[in-house]
Design a binder for this molecule. Structure first.
Ligand code: NAD
Ligand code: UD1
Length: 348
């Protein structure tokens, strides 16, 4: 058995897939989640998939006492920190909720980690911190800027992590900047379970394919892209999960070879390096599912950018990680999850 890892937000979409990858890589895991955007059923399914119960603690990262209880009863090598709210529109309507949950919550987590001498962290950042990129592909040194409270909360946490490593170089903090996570576990047992009507493209397409929604609105067909629709770097959630295992392996490697001080604050993109347009994704999904995906062109969505895709070189060079799964795999697995679970996990 390898080191023990605390997974905050481990009941969520990316967290559940990462728990499986961590278990397969031999890590012992403890999941801490307040279930504000997830369900116990997700944890049950992860337990079934790995063939043993997961240690799950229901709690909030802003609750210092509850966190102290967790840290005092376990010896963690580090934390993978997924816990956070992620809906851009909601963040505009409720900025205080987002800053409180995502920024204050992370500060509380870091304070408790410091108390218990746990100084290794992998943080869920986002390509959203690059705002409207000046050049493509986007590398980690690109300018950071955000236009909505969700993005600002990710950026604020990145600055906090950076300052922390300046104050004390025994912290090793990796910020993984995810591009557009899609897809589901190949078993069809776990996947993305949006509340209400999805905001993001892939769950919207899946719900049109399964007949829950009538048609897709494609936001803008006059962007300077291959076919006028937006271009994104879609990455399979299973590849993303492996990226977290690679990040932990990297941290362990640095620490075991006496190079802890060299990690500091390390931002790394997790993307495929390839852009796919909205129309290309719709066509791929329709082909894989055998279902028509009716769509109409609509106005551009406020805050959207034309194109966004990663330079994935740093992850390859430092972490020895690269995405393996294709757009077809992403569509196949999203479709399987949607078909097998037309109402998501049911139990909220
Ligand atoms: P998710 O909502 O499915 O998972 C987040 C989990 O955190 C949920 O289970 C939720 O209940 C939990 N949580 C939220 N606030 C909490 C709190 N205060 N205390 C304890 N638990 C709390 O989202 P996801 O898609 O799995 O995203 C995971 C992380 O990755 C988030 O931080 C998100 O901002 C970031 N991210 C996601 C995407 C994406 O497209 N999904 C892209 C970039 C970054
Ligand atoms: C969005 C968020 C981003 C967040 C990411 C992952 C915005 C502006 N950005 O990114 O901060 O990190 O989700 O949660 O909300 N599209 C349609 N029709 C739809 C839905 C989407 O045409 O019904 C298009 C969009 O215009 C875009 C592309 O599909 O061109 C991808 O959209 P989406 O899946 O929402 O991801 P992002 O906008 O890249």
């Amino acid at each position: 058995m390898k080191n023990k890892i605390l997974v905050t937000g481990g009941a969520g979409y990316i967290g559940t897939h990462t728990c499986i990858a961590l278990h397969e890589a031999g890590y012992e895991i403890v999941v801490y989640d307040n279930l504000s955007n997830s369900s116990r059923e997700a944890i049950n399914r992860v337990s079934n998939l790995i063939g043993q119960p997961i240690e799950f603690i229901k709690g909030d990262i802003r609750d210092a006492e509850a966190m102290r209880n967790v840290f005092s009863s376990h010896h963690f090598f580090g934390v993978i920190h997924f816990a956070g709210l992620k809906a851009v529109g909601e963040s505009v309507a409720k900025p205080l909720l987002y800053y409180n949950n995502n920024v204050s919550g992370t500060i509380t987590l870091l304070e408790i980690m410091a108390e218990y001498g746990v100084k290794n962290l992998v943080f869920s950042s986002s390509a959203t911190v690059y705002g409207d990129p000046e050049t493509l592909p986007i590398d980690e040194n690109s300018k950071r800027s955000c236009t909505n409270p969700y993005g600002q909360s990710k950026l604020a946490v990145e600055y906090i992590l950076e300052d922390l490593t300046v104050s004390d170089n025994s912290w090793s903090l990796i910020a993984l900047r995810y591009f557009n996570p899609v897809g589901a576990h190949s078993s069809g047992q776990i996947g993305e379970d949006p509340n209400d009507v999805p905001n993001n493209l892939m769950p919207y397409i899946s719900q049109v394919a399964v007949g829950k929604l009538d048609k897709l609105n494609i936001f803008g067909n006059d962007y300077p892209t291959v076919d006028g629709t937006g271009v994104r770097d879609f990455i399979h959630v299973t590849d993303l999960a492996q990226g977290h295992v690679a990040a932990l392996n990297y941290l362990e490697g640095q620490i075991n070879t006496g190079k802890r001080d060299s990690v500091g604050f390390l931002p790394i993109n997790l993307g495929t390096g390839k852009g796919t347009s909205v129309l290309e994704l719709v066509t791929a999904f329709s082909k894989v599912s055998g279902q028509p995906i009716p769509y109409k062109f609509a106005e551009r969505r406020a805050g959207d950018i034309a194109s966004c895709y990663a330079s994935a070189d740093k992850a390859k060079n430092l972490l020895d990680w690269q995405a393996k799964l294709s757009i077809t795999d992403m569509c196949q697995d999203s479709w399987r999850w949607q078909r097998m679970n037309p109402n998501g996990y049911y139990i909220k």
